[in-house]
Write a protein that binds this ligand. Structure first.
Ligand SMILES: [Zn+2]
Length: 356
């Protein structure tokens, strides 16, 4: 009997190690829309699961946002807050840094009237801190250094993108303590348009159902915009595309400097949109199956009748900003055939709406 148990345990352990992914937890505490629209919620949850499964970074838990460093009789304390746009109102919300289990990122979801043709908005939020202390001036620098080290160890999450850096200095009695406080993926916020006819009123359910393809399990009719595709796009913004320090450091005008994307695409020159926060319109890449070509999820606009799945280039951008992702399979000879079909489909492009 023991002989049977050992291999069973070994394979169980292997299964767990290969099943790692990032758990993108949708938080509906600000929401007034998804509770009444199961199909939209299912599409959002599916996008979160699909994106999370493609990310293999190990994130440390976040269970503190106050970090007190001690040096002799002196203490210095960084006390953090996290801010994000309320997805239902757009107003800035300030809270304690969301506590997160290992490999977990919390994204606040909602919907509201978005101006113009915008389909959705995604944000990684922001963070700020207060610094307080007590003790002796000549011990101040050491105390701040200790608090800085604790803060960076916790809020960088041990992996993933660098989302923000707050640098500065604090003068205590002539002793100047300098700090570089870094934080990683702490959370995010995404919102979807509920005023699709731009009459400054929330659309009726009938209007919303005519505009949005909520059901992610059925094909997108030519007349509709795919909710799943927008969800995937906004979630990737919340996880750093167009927002992280690791994004900004790779953008030079319309050029992308990240090695992963350049290796995949052949060049980074001219592939960034004028807004500096997206790859350019109409950029295509193979899907993760290596078979089908498609306009990338992070394109600044979405075409009616189109469902976008994660492409290899979307994941290369994620790697360039600091995420680890699933391996991409080698392309096969089927590529050219299916790529041709995708090109034909792209010619049906009729109406593009921006995603932000
Ligand atoms: Zn966008």
């Amino acid at each position: 009997m023991k002989k049977l148990l050992l291999p069973a345990l070994a394979s169980l352990a292997l299964f767990h190690s290969s099943a790692h992914g990032v758990m993108i937890v949708m938080d509906y505490s600000n929401d007034t829309f998804f509770a009444g629209n199961t199909a939209a919620r299912n599409a959002l949850e599916a996008a979160a699961a699909d994106l999370g499964a493609a990310l293999t970074t190990t994130l440390a838990a976040v269970d503190a946002d106050v970090f007190a460093g001690v040096n002799g009789s002196t203490s210095a304390t960084f006390d953090w807050l996290y801010t994000y746009p309320n997805p239902t109102t757009g107003a800035t919300v300030t809270i304690e840094v969301p506590r997160a289990a290992a490999n977990e990122v919390r994204i606040f979801a909602g919907a509201r009237k978005l101006t113009g043709n915008t389909l959705g908005i995604g944000s990684s939020g922001g963070a700020g801190f207060g610094l307080a202390g007590s003790g002796f001036a000549n011990q101040w620098i050491g105390a701040v250094d200790a608090a800085e080290a604790m803060s960076n160890a916790e809020l960088n999450r041990g992996g993933g993108p660098l989302m923000g850096i707050l640098s500065g200095s604090s003068n205590f009695g002539g002793f100047v303590a300098e700090y570089d406080l870094q934080y990683g993926a702490l959370g995010g916020s995404i919102s979807f348009d509920l005023d699709t006819d731009n009459d400054n009123d929330i659309d009726s359910n009938a209007e919303l159902n005519n505009f949005w393809q909520f059901d992610h399990t059925t094909a997108v009719p030519f007349s509709k915009f795919d909710f799943y595709s927008v969800a995937l796009h906004e979630l990737m913004h919340a996880l750093g595309i167009g927002q992280a320090v690791g994004w900004d450091s790779n953008v030079l005008g319309t050029n992308w400097l990240g090695a992963e994307t350049i290796a995949l695409n052949g060049t980074g020159t001219g592939i960034i949109a004028p807004d500096g926060a997206h790859p350019k319109d109409n950029l295509t890449s193979l899907l993760l199956n290596g078979l089908t070509s498609q306009e990338v999820v992070m394109s600044p606009s979405l075409t009616n009748g189109e469902r976008r799945l994660l492409t290899q280039l979307d994941l290369a951008l994620m790697r360039d900003i600091g995420w680890d992702t699933v391996a991409i399979p080698e392309p096969t000879t089927t590529v050219s055939v299916l790529g041709g079909l995708a090109c034909l489909l792209a010619r049906r492009r009729r109406r593009e709406l921006p995603v932000h």
